[in-house]
Design a protein around this ligand. Structure first.
Ligand code: ADP
Ligand code: MG
Ligand code: MG
Length: 202
């Protein structure tokens, strides 16, 4: 099962990974964007962790709502509203739930993915975070038991696969074919998000 404590742990672990990889995410975004993805994510999730460690939550919905609202408020750029939307959608799906089984968590994350796609209008293959999110959610939907290592490996593989793609959405799309040969920064941060979730399932 997945409860408020585990959800907090997920966000805290993700923030740790973001802070550790801040320079790396910055370098990726320097290659095909404006070089702020590391900073945007590091600032946003630092604020988010501060908020949720100070807060008391009776249910997963109110916790994820605070996560989403903090990201929308504190993170500029494309990634703030996108990650914010993802957590707001999960919050709606988990409203009033103290704890859920993994299946319900996956359903909430599927709602997050739908929200991301509506908000950003990107499809698989456009070289964005969707290239990690969609196959990962598909994998989790289709497996009764989710293996931690499979989840991590799949997210990493999908992140790596963005290297060969030409960007069709976001700032990198302005580069056209010159975006080929670089991993998408948002796909890289999304890999860290799912790797953090995988650690909880170990
Ligand atoms: P900005 O590009 O505004 O500076 P960030 O650098 O923080 O914002 O985030 C860039 C990342 O956001 C990209 O690497 C990509 O994964 C993601 N992204 C950008 N536009 C979209 C979109 N329309 N749909 C999905 N993801 C997107
Ligand atoms: Mg950027
Ligand atoms: Mg920017």
């Amino acid at each position: 099962t997945f409860d408020v404590e585990q959800a907090k742990k997920w966000i805290i672990t993700f923030n740790d990974k973001i802070q550790e990889n801040k320079e790396y995410l910055t370098e990726l975004d320097q290659a095909i964007g404006d070089g702020d993805h590391g900073l945007n994510m590091a600032r946003g999730f630092q604020e988010t962790v501060k908020k949720i460690t100070e807060g008391k939550y009776d249910d997963l919905g109110s916790l994820f709502k605070d996560v989403g609202m903090t990201l929308i408020a504190k993170v500029g750029g494309a990634s703030g509203p996108l990650y914010g939307t993802a957590f707001m959608k999960a919050s709606l799906a988990l409203k009033g739930k103290k704890e859920v089984d993994i299946k319900a968590l996956v359903e909430a994350l599927a709602a997050s993915l739908d929200g991301l796609k509506v908000r950003g209008k990107a499809q698989v293959g456009d070289k964005t975070m969707i290239d990690v999110w969609e196959p990962v959610i598909e994998y989790m939907k289709n497996h009764e038991t989710i293996h931690s290592k499979e989840l991590t490996d799949l997210s990493k593989e999908k992140m790596d696969d963005t290297k060969e793609l030409e960007a069709k959405k976001g700032r990198a799309a302005y580069l056209g074919k010159r975006s080929i040969g670089h991993i998408d920064p948002g796909a890289a941060s999304s890999y860290l998000l799912f790797a953090s979730l995988a650690e909880l399932l170990e």
